[in-house]
Design a protein around this ligand. Structure first.
Ligand code: CP
Length: 320
């Protein structure tokens, strides 16, 4: 286990990227790279006992492959215990959210929650000040995904300052957290979305307020304008979880935003293709782009594990 006596104090919870100072984000990415390199050491890895004697509960109210699997593996590889809560906990229905939180803080050190409203996470954290609450996706943000995205970009591009990341599609939770993290690291962010589907104005203001090294966030309606000269093009599903009833309306609206070879050709030569997954081939991305050498989507998926290990070390293991 690392010597944590000199670890700077950070936010107790990770409900949004904005809970991190830029220096926390940089430290998390550096630690993630280190735990990735150390993984082959198994139980000899420096962080292999970081969560020994600690319990982390997981509560998922929406489907998940990557986030659930990588958090479970991360907790186990850090020597902690996973408490997999069932969805019949029914946050806010069987008993108040605050009561669920106040029970859990008597038993466990942290809780990883995937839910609908960001307010639910905030209420949970406010009711249980001894717990570390981690957002595993809400309707509004997906901060753990943004960590993996920034690590992947760093691996692929080296320094991030002054790079341009173009996000094409729905201004959803993934786009919001991506904008927060990229701006903090000095990455210019271009977001192309149809009218009515842009990221919330509050998220634009937040990203602008945390931007460093001259990073700019620009909104577009034309995908071609957004990707011109970009170092990476990122997209996500046109219909997020909970919006299934809107799928038929959304499909034609988003068709001009498909990431295909023609769109990729407008970006910088050698530009990356990124997607948080699951992907819908023939909708937001073509099979050709998804399977191309530009695609780093499975690096992003792998890096979920390493970043979440780093996050748990910083939030839970280093907590004093
Ligand atoms: N990208 C992502 O969060 O994947 P899951 O929904 O499978 O967890």
């Amino acid at each position: 286990m690392r010597d944590t006596s000199a670890a700077p104090k950070i936010s107790r919870n990770f409900l949004t990227v904005l809970d991190f100072e830029p220096s926390d984000l940089e430290r998390c990415l550096a630690l993630a790279a280190q735990v990735k390199a150390d993984r082959s050491l198994g139980r000899q890895a420096p962080t292999a006992h970081a969560l020994e004697g600690r319990h982390i509960a997981m509560l998922f109210e929406k489907a998940s492959l990557r986030t659930r699997s990588t958090f479970e593996i991360a907790i186990r590889e850090l020597g902690g215990n996973v408490i997999a809560l069932q969805s019949d906990v029914a946050l806010g229905q069987r008993e108040p959210v605050a009561d669920v939180a106040r029970n859990l803080e008597r038993w466990v050190d942290g809780v990883v929650i995937r839910t609908f409203k960001q307010e639910m996470l905030e209420a949970f954290a406010a009711a249980a000040p001894r717990l570390h609450v981690i957002n595993a996706l809400s309707d509004e943000t997906h901060p753990c995904q943004a960590l993996a995205d920034m690590l992947t970009l760093t691996e692929q591009l080296g320094t991030l300052r002054g790079r341009t990341l173009a996000y094409v599609g729905d201004g959803n939770n993934v786009a919001v957290s991506l904008a927060h993290a990229a701006a903090m690291l000095g990455v210019h962010v271009h977001i192309a979305s149809p009218e009515g589907y842009q990221i919330p104005h509050s998220a634009v203001q937040q990203a602008t307020s945390v931007a460093r090294f001259g990073a700019r966030l620009r909104l577009f309606t034309d995908a071609a304008d957004a990707v011109a000269g970009a170092d990476a093009i990122y997209t996500d599903t046109w219909t997020s979880m909970g919006q299934e009833a809107e799928a038929d309306v959304r499909r034609p609206v988003f068709e001009p935003y498909q990431v295909n070879d023609a769109l990729m050709s407008l970006a910088r030569p050698g530009a990356l293709f990124m997607h948080c997954l699951p992907a819908h081939r023939g909708e937001e991305v073509t099979s050709e782009v998804f399977e191309s050498t530009a695609s780093v989507v499975f690096d992003q998926a792998e890096n979920r594990l390493h970043c979440q290990k780093a996050l748990l070390v910083m939030l839970v293991a280093e907590a004093r």
